[in-house]
Structure formats: C-alpha cells, structure tokens
Design a protein around this ligand. Structure first.
Ligand SMILES: [Zn+2]
Ligand SMILES: [Zn+2]
Length: 175
C-alpha cells in the first residue's frame, strides 16, 4: 500500500483526517517497509508514549490494538513509538524530532500533506532497540465483586476486610 492508501485506511478507522493520523501513518509505513507485517494476533507489539490521534493509525495499520493487548500506552506525552516483532525478534523506536506535526504557519491540510510526503528519517530519530516486548496478554478468570456483583478479572480484585471487591467499590468503601 502506498502512503495515500494507508492514510485512507487509517482515516476510516479514526473518523477524520488530521495531522495526528498522518503522523501515525508515517510511523506505520516505515515499520511495514522494514518487513514487519500487520498483526492479526500478537505478532507485533506497539508501545506508544502518547494517546493522541496518531495511535489510531498505528492500531488500524499495524494491528496492534488496545483490545488484543498488543498496544501499550505509556502516558509520557511524547510522540514516540516502539514496535516489536516477535517473529523477527526485533524492536524499532521512532522518536519525533521535527516540528512539522505542530507547525503553526501551516494550515491543518498543509500539515497533513507535508507529513505524508515526508521521509520518516527526517522527522524521527530512529533506532533499533533490544527485543524486550511486554508479555503476551493473559487470559484470566473473572470473579464477582462481593459489593456490586459485577464480574471482575481476578488480578483486579482487592481484598478489603475479608471481602473480594472491585476497584471502584473498594474506593467507595475505603472513604
Ligand atoms: Zn484526529
Ligand atoms: Zn464492585
């Protein structure tokens, strides 16, 4: 897929055209160009350091999704993206270094256009990183909270005065 097709696919998922999605498209395009393939299962893992529009392009184009557990969000407020491939045992990190993404002199459309025609190597510091992806998502038993009765993953159950409680109920009881 060329960059325009990737942008189309990402935009359908995201809902609108914006510089954030264009930035994510660039990251995905670069990753796919390395031979990493879209991930139907957990073959790829993405670690993103922001929660802006760009992450939707990563999800749509690389198959690293919140629901599959192969998208990890670190709340650092940085446009940095690390992608691991379990198949090739490789990790690549892209860290944004250019201001094009937020260049106020350009209109929104111009920023999108400029981003899509950019060479990722000019926008990002790119380096290989050691292959240390987060563990695969675990399938876990759910048990009912003794207060609200809602089924809750056992690792998220808190023991409060001998009762199994979900986190929101525990927060209420503790007050
Ligand atoms: Zn957006
Ligand atoms: Zn509860």
């Amino acid at each position: 897929m060329d960059v325009q097709d990737l942008m189309k696919k990402a935009t359908i998922f995201h809902g609108h055209i914006c510089p954030g999605v264009a930035l994510g498209v660039l990251v995905a395009k670069y990753i796919l160009s390395l031979g990493f393939e879209h991930s139907p299962d957990e073959e790829l893992v993405a670690v993103v350091e922001n929660d802006n529009c760009s992450v939707d392009a990563i999800q749509a184009l690389l198959g690293t999704t919140y629901g599959k557990g192969n998208l990890i969000h670190l709340d650092y407020g940085k446009n940095n993206f690390t992608i691991y491939s379990r198949k090739s045992q490789k990790g690549v990190r892209l860290a944004l270094k250019s201001a094009v993404f937020k260049d106020k002199k350009l209109t929104r459309d111009e920023r999108v256009k400029k981003l899509l025609s950019s060479n990722p190597e000019n926008l990002f510091d790119i380096r290989e990183v050691e292959f240390i992806p987060p563990e695969r998502a675990q399938i876990e038993e759910s048990i009912p909270c003794e207060v609200c009765n809602e089924l809750t993953m056992s690792s998220r159950i808190v023991d409060y005065q001998g009762s199994n409680m979900c986190i929101p109920c525990y927060k209420v009881m503790k007050k």
